[in-house]
Design a protein around this ligand. Sequence first.
Ligand code: ATP
Ligand code: MG
Length: 601
Amino acid sequence: MTAGTESSTRWPPIPKNVRALAVPPNLVDYDETCAAFTWDEARHALSGLPGNRGLNIAYEAVDRHAAGARARHEALRFVRGDGTTHSLTYAQLAEQTGRFASVLRGLGIGRGDRVFSLLGRVPALYIAVLGTFKNASVFCPLFSAFGPEPVRQRLQLGGGRALVTTRALYRKKVAPIRDRLPDLRYVFLVDADGHPEPDTLDLAALLLEAPPYGEIAATQGEDMALLHFTSGTTGTPKGAVHVHDAVTAHYATGRFALDLHQDDVYWCTADPGWVTGTSYGIIAPLAHGVTAIVDEEELDADRWYRVLAEQRVTVWYTAPTALRMLMKAGADRAAGHDLTALRFVASVGEPLNPEVVMWGQEAFGQPIHDNWWQTETGGIMIANYAATPIRPGSMGRPLPGVEAALVARDELGAPVMRGGEVVLVTEPDALGELALRPGWPSMFRGYLGEEERYRRAFVGGWYLSGDLARRDSDGYYWFVGRGDDVIKSSGHLIGPFEVESSLMEHEAVAEAGVIGIPDPVAGEVVKAFVELKPGWEPSEALRLDIIGFARKRLGPAVAPRELDFTASLPKTRSGKILRRLLKARELGLPEGDTSTVEVPR
Ligand code: ATP
Ligand code: MG
C-alpha cells in the first residue's frame, strides 16, 4: 500500500505534437519500436573493429568517424572558465587517443590493467578514457574533489596500475598515500610542463614522442572496459564493472531517450567521475558523431544559461538538483538568453518533481524529460521520449529492449517468492521493487571484490534495483523511493519523493529532504528538512504554513509532522539528497561513509 497517488492525478499530462517538433524524433511510435527492437539488431548501428576483430568503445566513439566524412567535425568542445572554447575534432581525438594508447603500451601497461584518473573536465581526461579503451586496458574515472582517503580506497580496490592527474591534485591527494599503493606503478601529470614531480611522468612530453597512431587492440564485447563507483547515497560506494558491449546500449539509448541526431550540439552536465558523465558525457554522444560540450567549470545559474545560449546547445542532459538550483535563481534569469536552439531537455539522478517539469516549460519553453537508471545498469532504462506525452512526476516507460517489472516485497523488504519464482506486482498503481530482466548490454558484470553482493542482486531471473516504484495502467513508472528511504507510518508506506514534491509546490520552498523518525504510536512519522527560496526567512509562522499546506495536499497521515529549516541539504557530489545523513544526524547515529558528501561551497 502506498500513500495516495497525488502526483499522478494533480498534474495534467503534457501532450506532444510530433509534427510540430523541429526535428523528427527517432522514436515516434513507442509500442511499435519496442515490438520491433532487438539488441542484436541494435548492434548493426555500430561498426565493429575493422577486420572483424571484435568490438571496442573507442573505435565506435572516435575512429570510425575519424576515418570518414566526420573527421573534421568537432567531437568535443571545451568551455573554459572565461567562456572561450577550444575543440578537438574526431580526427584530432583519434590521433591523441592513439598516442595515449601507445604511451600505455610502451610502459608495459596492457590488457585488463586499470588506469585511473583524478582530473577536472579537461581534454586529457577524455583522451585518457578513450586511449585506455584502445589499449584494451580498463578505465576508472575518479571525481577530482575526492579527498586522499576516498582516492586511496578506490585505487586500492580497483588495483590501479596507472593514474592520470594534475600536479596540484597529486601533491595534495596522491603523494601522501602513494606508499600505501604498491600496485600504482605510473602517475602521469597532465601539467608537468617539463618538470614532473618525483616518481611521476610528464604526459604531454610522452604523448609528443609516442607514435601517432597506435592500432586499436582487439577487444570483445564481453571484455571489461570500465569500472564505475556508485554515488554512495545509501552507503559505501560499490565498484560496478562494465564491458565494451555497453556501447551498444549507449548508442541505442542516445538515439531513443536523448533523441540524438548527427547535427546536435549536446551538453551533458555530469562529471565523468559519475557514470552519467562517462556513458552520456563521452560514449553516447561520440558514438553518434555529434559535438559534445564540456564545461570545465562548476554549476552557476548565469554561467549555465550563457553556455546553453552561446554554444547553441540543442540537446541538454542534466540533473534535478541542478534544475532546482536554476529554479531557485528564478526563471527570469533564463529570459535574457537566447535558448531557441534548445530542442530537448532530459534529467537523471534523482526523482524529478512535477513542479520542476512544469517550470521547464516556463524557462526553456519545453518540459523536462525525466529518465531513470543506475551505475549498475550502465545506461538509461526508463525514459520519457521526445514524441510521447509526459506525465509530470513519472520516469516514463522502459526503453526498447528493456524489460522492467515490479517485484512484490515482504514486510522485511525481501522479494516474495512462490514456487521458486518471484511474485510480480501486476495491478496498476501498486507498489513493488523495480526490477529488470538481465540481458541488456550495459548491465554491470560484477561489483568489484563483492561477488556475493552481485549474486544477491539477481533473484528469480530478475535484477533487483533496490528502488521502489509504481506503474500506472498505461505502463508509466512512478518513483516512490529507495528501498532504504521509504517511511512506514501507521501502516502506510510513504515515499519521500511524494512528500518532497508537495513541499516544493509551496511558494517559499526551494528544496526539501524527507525522512522517517521513530514514533511510539505510528512506528515512524515524517520529518522534513526545507531549504527556502531567496527572500524568505525561517519563522514559526512559515513553518506552520508549510506543514498546513502539505497536510491539505497529502493528508495528515502522510504530511510532515515535524519540519526544520536548513541552509543547505546534505548531498552527494553527484547531487543527490543524502537522506541517510539527515537521519543519522537527526537521531545522533554514526554518519557512515562520507567519502562522496558534497561540501557546501
Ligand atoms: P549508492 O548505490 O552508492 O547508494 P546511488 O544509488 O545514488 O548510490 P547511482 O548509481 O549514481 O548511485 O544512482 C542511481 C540511483 O539514483 C537510482 O537507483 C535511483 O535511486 C536514483 N535515480 C536515478 N535516476 C532517477 C530518477 N529519474 N528518478 C528517481 N530516482 C532516480
Ligand atoms: Mg545505488
